[in-house]
Design a protein around this ligand. Structure first.
Ligand SMILES: N[C@@H](CCC(=O)N[C@@H](CS)C(=O)NCC(=O)O)C(=O)O
Length: 223
């Protein structure tokens, strides 16, 4: 039996394009028979390490991005909605505590990683809600089906050096692969890691994997 190809998805919940990449890859998981490794990282760390800046810091790119996301939301059926105060929620408040929480989830209860990630995206990129306060993170964990006890325990772990180091290690690994932003997908094809940046390279990724791109909703596709 042929082995599933491994794809690492480096993502950050502050990044709306990461949400698209995450949902699309998961839709294709069994169609392309790929093994997806979710790798929560920190965009701020990648930007710092590579001298890059978030695209929306250029006003014209920010305006384009806002319309781009509206169109992509409809196309991919992911309920993205631009936050009312982009600068405050995305740039100023950011996602460090949320990404440390996801790292703690990954380390101790990886079975919740997918759903807690999604609930954090729903808060920040769909419901225009905070993801930085402890109560906000606990709410996301609860909606993901985690018990309050477990969520509180993981939340108290986010200041531990092991958790901080693991997030840094994941971020550094993405940079080592050549990443300069999020999402970054690393496909292990014929033992060679191939980096794909963004959520708009799926057609190319499919080609490289020797698979078919069936559009945004592959389960519904009649191609
Ligand atoms: N064209 C990409 C854009 C992805 C993107 O802009 N990602 C942001 C974070 S939300 C980033 O890290 N950008 C770095 C860059 O553009 O250099 C897509 O459609 O997914």
């Amino acid at each position: 039996m042929s082995q599933r190809k491994v794809l690492e998805l480096f993502y950050d919940v502050v990044s709306p394009y990461s949400w698209l990449g995450f949902e699309i890859l998961l839709r294709y998981k069994n169609i392309w028979k790929i093994d997806i490794q979710l790798r929560p990282g920190f965009t701020g760390g990648i930007m710092h390490a590579t001298g890059n800046t978030p695209p929306a810091m250029v006003p014209r790119k920010g305006a384009y991005m806002s319309r781009d996301l509206e169109r992509l939301s409809e196309f991919y059926e992911v309920p993205l909605r631009n936050p009312s105060d982009f600068f405050n929620s995305i740039i100023k408040k950011g996602s460090l505590s949320a990404m440390r929480f996801l790292t703690a989830v990954q380390m101790s209860h990886p079975e919740f990683l997918e759903e807690v990630s999604r609930e954090l995206w729903v808060r920040i990129w769909s419901e225009d809600k905070d993801i930085t306060e402890p109560e906000s993170i606990l709410q996301a964990a609860k909606k993901a089906g985690m018990s309050e006890d477990m969520a509180k325990k993981l939340l108290s772990a986010i200041s531990l050096p092991e958790v901080k180091n693991k997030l840094k290690e994941t971020t550094d690994k993405a940079v080592e692969y050549g990443a300069f932003g999020m999402p970054s997908i690393v496909a292990h094809i014929n033992e060679r890691p191939e980096l794909f940046f963004g959520s708009d390279r799926f057609e190319l990724l499919a080609h490289q994997l020797g698979e078919k791109w069936l559009g945004p909703m592959p389960q519904k596709s009649r191609l």
